[in-house]
Write a protein that binds this ligand. Structure first.
Ligand code: RTP
Ligand code: MG
Length: 140
């Protein structure tokens, strides 16, 4: 299994409750390495561009408003099978359906304020990493 990278975002509901360290511990305990990380305030333009794939979904406006409601922590995680491994430890989108022990089961407030984002394929991961990071910011 090759080493892979994925784009992770710790969302505003989690930074507001000071959960960055606890969430990072879940990732590191799962064998994921944080090879880049920065705390940012997204603008509506940036959040809208990042979530452009969802622009026709009914929740798009609310999602963009939520994502700019406070700082986020954007990260590159590296490890074997990182995309799937990260999705596994995040848990289902809706915290009511997330498996026990996952980040969303432990920390998410709702289906929208669900604490974390993770890329859903290696192709999207490459695009999402390039959206936020330049090569020299990623330190394996
Ligand atoms: P993410 O992209 O953030 O990693 O989450 P995901 O793949 O599990 O979920 P996705 O379907 O891609 O949805 C993106 C984000 O939109 C918000 N959402 N709200 N109100 C709703 O029904 C609803 N559905 C999704 C969540 O913040 C979700 O993570
Ligand atoms: Mg998604």
């Amino acid at each position: 299994m090759a080493t892979e990278r994925t784009l992770s975002i710790i969302k505003p509901d989690a930074t507001r409750r000071n959960l960055t360290g606890k969430i990072n511990a879940v990732f590191e305990d799962a064998g994921l390495r944080i090879v880049a990380q920065k705390r940012m305030q997204l603008t509506e333009a940036v959040a809208g561009a990042f979530y452009a794939v969802h622009k026709d979904r009914p929740f798009f406006g609310d999602l963009v408003s939520f994502m700019v409601s406070g700082p986020v922590v954007v990260q590159v995680l590296e490890g074997e099978n990182a995309v799937l491994k990260h999705r596994d430890v995040m848990g289902a989108t809706d915290p009511k359906k997330a498996a026990p022990g996952t980040v969303r089961a432990q920390f998410a407030e709702s289906i929208e304020a669900n604490s974390v984002h993770g890329s859903d394929s290696p192709e999207n991961a490459a695009n999402e990493i390039a959206f936020f990071f330049s090569q020299i910011e990623i330190l394996p």
